[in-house]
Design a protein. Structure first.
Length: 368
């Protein structure tokens, strides 16, 4: 099946597409260079986009369900809009295919999957909306798919974007003989994979925006394949985004200020209680000592700050309002100092959304 044929497939899970309808795109992609680059491409072709990123395993279902929730809850979408659910760079399982199909059916949404992993061959044979081509990376497939849909768009004629796609394709398929593109792709990969400052579990939209913004900045270095110059500027590119181009400081300080501002703005969503004490719960936020102290100083009505990592290890911080060493000992089999302690949640299993973590933690705190 060609990409052109994919767009004309009529199946029971999708409504017919009309060329004059405005489109709202829900795009789930892998959380690596190829996956984010797919979204960098669709952002250029589709004016209304909602981005989600996932690794493999149970996270895929969690993110699909999150998309399903948005499709069901957002009643303010324009009734004339056509909704498309696009999955790229993830070879989802048969059960995940059925889940995606059911979400599309329930929400009257068109469904496509664009991938290049050989392990998805069985699903590609079974599901007509599942496109597989292991000769191109997912970014190149997505780019070609978009160009077929919108051949007259400015994005389809942008030579820099086309060259970016080739660099990702060369790197992702490990065509190291194409040295200039391969070396540029290596720097792109490090740029996007080391962009962990914001945290995808707490602020998925901002984290995605951050990584895509860094890749957009990298385009400025693509003329003459200035990969070494790009490598030299990686830190300054990050700092420019985190400071909104207004301040000069260390990356740690800029990150702390940026993330704490987000935590304060969204604190109602992240608030938890331990008896009469009020705290803030984060998941895989990183730098919990710096962020916790910054937050507690900015919000003196909060008594503690708690971060949980992917293994269930907890980091507790306070500002003389609560002895978190006693809290850590009682709840998590840990201990430490009055204002800085930690422990571990027994029987903790990976969670893939903040809401899953909050639902796991609240009963522990409320059992006091």
């Amino acid at each position: 099946m060609t990409l052109g044929e994919l767009m004309t497939v009529k199946t029971t899970h999708k409504k017919d597409e009309k060329s004059d309808q405005p489109i709202r795109l829900f795009h789930l992609s892998h959380n690596d260079l190829d996956g984010y680059s797919c979204q960098m491409i669709t952002k250029r072709f589709f004016p209304k986009t909602h981005f989600f990123n996932s690794g493999y395993g149970q996270e895929v279902s969690a993110k699909l369900n999150a998309i399903g929730d948005q499709l069901r809850w957002h009643t303010n979408f324009n009734a004339n809009e056509q909704r498309i659910l696009l999955i790229s760079d993830i070879n989802i399982t048969k059960d995940e295919c059925k889940l995606a199909e059911s979400i599309a059916q329930e929400s009257d949404t068109t469904l496509y999957l664009l991938d290049h992993h050989k392990s998805g061959e069985a699903q590609a044979r079974e599901f007509k909306w599942y496109f597989l081509d292991n000769e191109r990376c997912a970014t190149k497939i997505t780019y070609d798919w978009c160009k077929e849909r919108f051949p007259q768009s400015a994005a389809a004629k942008d030579s820099i974007v086309a060259e970016y796609v080739e660099c990702v394709n060369v790197y992702d398929l490990w065509k190291s003989e194409d040295k200039q593109r391969f070396e540029f792709g290596k720097v792109l990969n490090r740029l996007v994979m080391e962009a962990r400052e914001i945290g995808q579990f707490m602020f998925g939209d901002r984290d995605n925006e951050y990584r895509l913004s860094l890749l957009e900045d990298a385009l400025k270095f693509l003329d003459n394949y200035r990969n070494i110059e790009l490598d030299d500027h990686l830190l300054s590119i990050k700092k420019h985004y985190l400071s909104e181009g207004k301040a000069s400081d260390t990356i740690d300080n800029l990150t702390a200020k940026y993330v704490v501002t987000l935590l304060i703005k969204n604190r109602d969503r992240f608030t938890i209680h331990y008896g009469e004490y009020k705290g803030l719960l984060t998941y895989q936020i990183g730098n919990s000592s710096i962020l916790g102290n910054e937050f507690l100083q900015s919000c003196p009505d909060y008594h503690f700050f708690m971060d949980v990592n992917k293994n269930g290890n907890t980091s507790l911080r306070a500002n003389n309002a609560l002895d978190v060493s006693a809290m850590a000992s009682k709840l998590f089999g840990g201990g430490g100092h009055a204002n800085a302690s930690g422990g571990r949640i027994i029987g903790f299993r990976d969670v893939y959304t903040y809401e899953q973590l909050r639902d796991r933690i609240r009963p522990i705190l409320e059992a006091v």
